[in-house]
Ligand binder design. Structure first.
Ligand code: GDD
Ligand code: MN
Length: 392
């Protein structure tokens, strides 16, 4: 990372705002953006501006030149590697922000700079931790969203997201907005666990709302303007990244992951039965056919569970190692079930049906826990634990 172009001149005053602006090749916009910010913010609210830049053009140089005319500190953090894209850039900015409030906005003037003081004021007034500038409440609109196709995609994505997180996004009509104010104290700094920020692409507000769970949310309407210069950096690839982001957020908790694991497991019955049918047709004895057909289900489950649930946790083992372990655990499940049923019926006096259900549930939980721990638990964690033990 390069040195900041302009050093933050002073420690921000209490109640001040840090404006974080992610930039990717916005040389044509940043001068006008700083001009409009200068016009509307410092007279109402002490501020500093932090650009987090992944540009390949001369955006940082243009910012540095334009910053000379600004009555507030302007910093450019240029990243050599654009880790996490737009969202990763914003998190990088959040790490450096020292003021009570942080406002995140785009550099292309689709987000009106004059609204910055209003967002913070609305947050102070209502004691909110998060203030979303929304296109979807009275007074707002998405005038600048180019084309019916993008409007439809945006609508669909908003609906899907709200459906997946009905509680955490309550009160947020526009979770896709890239324009919002958040209290610094709301932002989690955890490095590990379900609350750790792991932004993936464009939807940084979604990431913050879901993982940080701000207690109070307010919205302020705004009109999404046309871009001042240049083109949107969003793409079909960004759409795929968004779906992956949704999936990762939705399966962050162990319970949600277990449910998804179970659903995928259920779907494995289809290839299992198909294989059984085929082998039976081919004249194989049903017992070896059962064992073989089970492997079809196991393979199916492995191929779905890997990319969907453990995408970010599979680098530490060779795929053949993972597949072998996965298959071993899945087959152990099958072998374990019969003696368990016998135990439940014989020793605990359960009915056969109850015992079967109980055994199914128990082996399922064991299988999930076993897969988490023996296939996908990063080795680093285990090493850390054993080191701790040695120290103790
Ligand atoms: N640092 C960095 N790295 N900045 C990026 C990157 C990146 O990889 N990709 C985009 N940006 C910056 C752009 O330079 C711009 O300042 C801002 O992020 C938004 O990018 P646009 O390409 O203009 O996005 P958009 O207009 O299609 O989407 C905006 O509106 C959507 C609502 O329809 C964004 O605010 C989205 O988050 C929002 O959902
Ligand atoms: Mn834009």
């Amino acid at each position: 990372m390069d040195d900041p172009v302009v050093e933050a001149a002073e420690v921000p005053e209490p109640g001040a705002v840090t404006i974080i602006i992610p930039t990717f090749n916005e040389a044509g916009n940043v001068r006008e953006l700083l001009r409009q910010l200068t016009e509307s913010v410092p007279s109402r609210l002490p501020c500093e501006v932090v650009f987090v830049d992944d540009s390949t053009d001369d955006t940082p140089a243009v910012v540095a030149a334009a910053a000379q005319d600004c009555p507030f500190p302007v910093t450019v953090i240029h990243r050599d590697e654009p880790v996490g894209g737009l969202g990763g850039a914003v998190v990088e900015g959040l790490r450096t922000a020292g003021s009570d409030w942080v406002v995140v906005m785009d550099a292309d003037l689709q987000h009106p700079p004059a609204l910055v003081p209003e967002l913070v004021a609305a947050g102070e007034r209502t004691n909110a931790g998060l203030v979303v500038a929304s296109r979807y409440i009275a007074g707002g609109s998405r005038a600048g969203l180019a084309g019916g196709y993008r409007v439809a995609v945006s609508r669909g994505a908003t609906w899907l997201t709200k459906a997946l997180f009905p509680r955490r996004l309550r009160g947020i009509s526009d979770p896709m907005s890239g324009f919002f104010a958040i209290r610094r104290s709301v932002v989690t700094t955890a490095e590990d666990g379900a609350d750790a920020l792991k932004p993936l692409g464009y939807k940084i507000l979604l990431e913050l709302a879901v993982r940080c769970r701000p207690a109070n949310v307010t919205e302020v309407p705004f009109v999404f303007q046309d871009r001042f210069a240049g083109e949107s950096k969003s793409s079909a690839k960004e759409g795929m990244r968004f779906l992956r982001h949704l999936l990762e957020l939705r399966t962050a908790s162990p319970i949600a992951r277990m449910l998804a694991f179970g659903l995928i497991g259920l779907s494995g019955f289809v290839p299992n039965l198909l294989a059984l049918h085929t082998l039976d047709r081919a004249g194989m004895h049903y017992l070896p056919a059962e064992v073989l057909a089970n492997q079809a289900g196991v393979a199916w489950n492995f191929l779905l569970i890997e990319p969907l649930l453990f995408r970010s946790r599979r680098g530490h083992r060779h795929w053949a190692d993972r597949a072998g372990r996965f298959a071993l655990i899945a087959n152990a499940d099958l072998v374990l079930r019969i003696p368990l049923i016998a135990l439940f019926v014989g020793e605990l006096g359960m009915g056969v049906l109850t015992a079967t259900v109980a055994a199914l549930l128990l082996t399922f939980v064991l299988r999930f826990a076993g897969t988490e721990a023996l296939v996908y638990l990063p080795r680093r964690n285990r090493m850390r634990k054993s080191r701790d033990r040695k120290v103790a």
